[in-house]
Design a protein around this ligand. Structure first.
Ligand code: AQP
Length: 329
């Protein structure tokens, strides 16, 4: 059975982009793969400076994973800080990582441009991410398109390490494959930029009905009147709808037709926003109910995390023995 590894930072409330870009893939893979999904708590420290808020967000990501449908009997869910071996591995990988490789990482530049302090942690976070991945020997890493470069860095570091310390018959690391969903376009936020936890432009599928509708009504549009034809591909509302329902879904095809209609049959953006609101309510109806139950059962969450960390540590112990021996420790 192929092994899968991925994670999400507890840097804020999960949004539709995290769901469509990442979680949806975890849900599909958990049935016939060995799935490890973690909460990237160390990574969140590159942006989060409020301990209470971080504690809350860490817990919330786990609850949301479970509410979305991750099944702990089918996948291992754990916290990054419960497996500190990844920090040791990050150091070892950092020692074979050329600085120029970090200079090229685009997410660092994007985040600094958005006002996030340019710390060493933020600069080298792709190395820690490589350690998160390589520590569990996965075959596949499902992520959204913005993380593609980081998985490529991981593959490169694994190869560099193998070249330095292994040989063709006995590589130290398995070089994992990147997995993007078929429609790999990034989900835009209400302002049309990439939807991000920390940019304040997300849509939280667990919001109460009224604020959720209000949030969706906030999506920025152009000023075309209903009777004018519209290109769905240029619309943020349509991009979000298509990412959530799927491009081939009948509802997406129908909405695209509504965009193109003209004259008295034309569509105003309010109608498209209402369609998106109904889609979100429909898609997450079960998840919203499950979440309420999960919030009331903290001992279940503790047990899930204990089991998940145990399973992750069992794999990591073997990998770290191999890596330490390879470098001469
Ligand atoms: N807008 C998006 N469209 C598609 N996929 C997305 N992902 C994030 N935003 C979108 C995917 O969700 C996972 C979350 O990874 P992360 O939390 O480690 O980092 P991120 O990519 O930086 O996510 P955010 O939401 O933008 O968080 P902040 O604001 O903290 O930077 C990844 O698989 C990512 O590709």
């Amino acid at each position: 059975m192929k092994r899968v590894l991925s994670g999400i930072q507890p840097s804020g409330q999960l949004h539709l982009g995290n769901y469509a870009g990442a979680v949806q893939q975890f849900l599909e893979l958990q049935h016939d793969h060995e799935v490890f999904v973690f909460v990237a708590s160390y990574h969140a420290l590159t942006t989060s400076k409020d301990p209470d808020e971080l504690r809350h967000n860490i817990r919330q990501v786990v609850i949301d994973y479970l509410a979305f449908g991750l099944d702990p009997s089918q996948c291992h869910i754990y916290l990054q800080h419960d497996v500190p071996a990844v920090c040791e591995l990050a150091w070892l990988l950092g020692c074979v990582c050329p600085k120029s490789q970090m200079d090229k990482a685009t997410t660092y530049k994007d985040k600094v441009a958005k006002g996030i302090p340019a710390s060493v942690g933020l600069f080298t976070y792709p190395v820690l991410q490589a350690a998160d991945i390589l520590a569990v020997d996965p075959d596949v890493v499902p992520v959204g398109a913005d993380q593609q470069q980081h998985v490529e860095i991981t593959r490169d570091l694994a190869q560099r390490f193998n070249h330095a310390y292994g040989n063709d018959d006995r590589p130290v690391f398995k070089v994992p494959e990147l997995m993007l969903r078929q429609d790999s376009a990034l989900v835009p936020g209400v302002d049309g930029q990439k939807m991000s936890k920390s940019y304040g432009n997300g849509i939280d599928p667990f919001m109460d009905e009224k604020p959720l509708r209000k949030r969706i009504m906030k999506i920025v549009t152009d000023s075309k009147p209903p009777e004018e034809t519209k290109d769905p591909e240029e619309s943020t509302i349509f991009q979000i709808f298509a990412a959530l329902a799927g491009r081939d879904d009948g509802r997406t095809v129908k909405l695209a037709e509504r965009y193109r209609a003209t004259g008295e049959h034309g569509m105003g953006y309010g109608e498209a926003k209402q369609a998106l609101f109904e889609l979100v309510m429909d898609t997450f109806a079960d998840a919203r109910n499950r979440r309420v139950e999960l919030m009331a059962d903290p001992t279940h969450i503790d047990a899930v995390l204990r089991d998940g960390a145990e399973a992750a540590r069992a794999v990591m112990d073997g990998v770290m023995r191999r890596v330490r021996s390879a470098v001469g420790l």
